[in-house]
Design a protein around this ligand. Structure first.
Ligand code: SF4
Length: 348
């Protein structure tokens, strides 16, 4: 904790100092269960006045030690669908490949905190080879998603090696990279990394911005560099209590991303992971926020609100039912303002 004050000495004597110090015990327990880490850059975004959405995402909280009834270490059953170490094969056509369990910042709501932040759990070079062999020998796989931890915590050389080997597999039609580095350490998006990314195009890179305050000038410049590689850049976020659970925050975030050339893709319901229940937003409230957003921001700027079903059931949309009454052929629809409409449902 003291390192925070060394990195930002102006926090000493600020309004936020006692609020951070009140979490001393949580810092202690965090180092055992799920480590604390923040980059100087991400720390620079945090307020000295209050526990703002940046602080809320990185500061250990004593509530992490208490689980709600349904919380589990691995609610999406990723480990149960792991044919070789470090690779989850749940949907028939795609696999998640964890290249590293390290990240620049450890987000307190992380759904993989059972292994993330423990570098010793990161897949080894031998595991990477086994994963590649598995992908090569399963022709039903069409897409590989590089995930983690943060795959960009690997070197450019390792990433390039993996991506180029994947490119040579004929049955793969899509490669995706999920990373939070543009948010937490935009300095990682170097010219060399972008050159490498351009050389393996097309790939889809999915960032993870959760709050408009994360869209700093430095982050926007990193996004511009990424866009110039010619690859598709999307964003997924998690709906988080006290961070972005308001129409205003969602509007500003998604408009900001869209304006920066990034397509908002998913807004996730927070998973039922041990120690994150204080972050979860009531789904009814999530639906209300999503409904209010529709009609208030351009359609392409609207992410889809989804839940990953516990037990490995996969992702499904959490849709507000705009069809409020009856069914076909006499449906009644409600729009984003709550007005009712009566289109014909039986057109030939
Ligand atoms: S960057 Fe992703 S994997 Fe890493 S701690 Fe945050 S949510 Fe978890």
């Amino acid at each position: 904790m003291e390192d925070l004050f060394k990195l930002r000495p102006e926090l000493l004597g600020s309004k936020v100092e006692p609020l951070i110090r009140a979490r001393a015990e949580a810092f202690q327990s965090a180092s055992a269960a799920f480590r604390f880490s923040v980059t100087p850059y991400y720390l620079s975004l945090a307020s000295s006045e209050s526990l703002c959405p940046i602080w809320m995402q990185v500061l250990p909280d004593e509530r992490e030690a208490s689980d709600s009834l349904f919380d589990q270490p691995d609610p999406l059953a990723e480990e149960a669908h792991m044919p070789v170490p470090g690779l989850t094969h749940r949907y028939p056509d795609r696999v998640l490949w964890y290249l590293s369990h390290n990240c620049a910042v450890y987000c307190r709501f992380c759904m993989r905190k059972r292994k993330v932040s423990r570098e010793e759990s990161s897949p080894t070079a031998a595991a990477r080879k086994a994963a590649l062999d598995y992908i090569r020998s399963h022709s039903e796989i069409q897409e590989v998603i590089l995930s983690g931890g943060d795959p960009l915590s690997q070197s450019d050389r390792v990433l390039e090696n993996c991506l180029k080997q994947l490119k040579e597999i004929q049955h793969l039609v899509s490669l995706r990279i999920h990373t939070r580095m543009p948010v937490t350490c935009p300095q990682r998006i170097t010219a060399e990394f972008c050159d490498m990314l351009e050389s393996v195009a097309p790939v889809t890179l999915v960032t993870h911005f959760n709050h408009p305050n994360e869209l700093s000038d430095v982050a926007r410049e990193a996004l511009t560099r990424l866009r110039k590689t010619g690859n598709l850049i999307l964003n997924q976020s998690v709906l988080l209590n006290g961070v972005n659970d308001s129409v205003e925050a969602q509007k500003e975030l998604n408009l900001g991303l869209y304006g920066a050339g990034i397509k908002p893709y998913y807004l996730h319901q927070c998973d039922e992971v041990n120690g994150v229940s204080h972050f979860r937003v009531n789904m009814e409230e999530g639906v209300r926020i999503q409904k209010e957003l529709r009609g208030r921001i351009p359609g392409p700027a609207l992410p889809q609100y989804v839940i990953d079903l516990p037990g490995g059931g996969g992702k499904v949309p959490v849709d507000s039912s705009y069809l409020v009454e009856g069914g076909y052929p006499d449906p009644v629809f409600e729009n984003y303002r709550g007005d009712l409409f009566f289109p014909r449902g039986d057109h030939p």
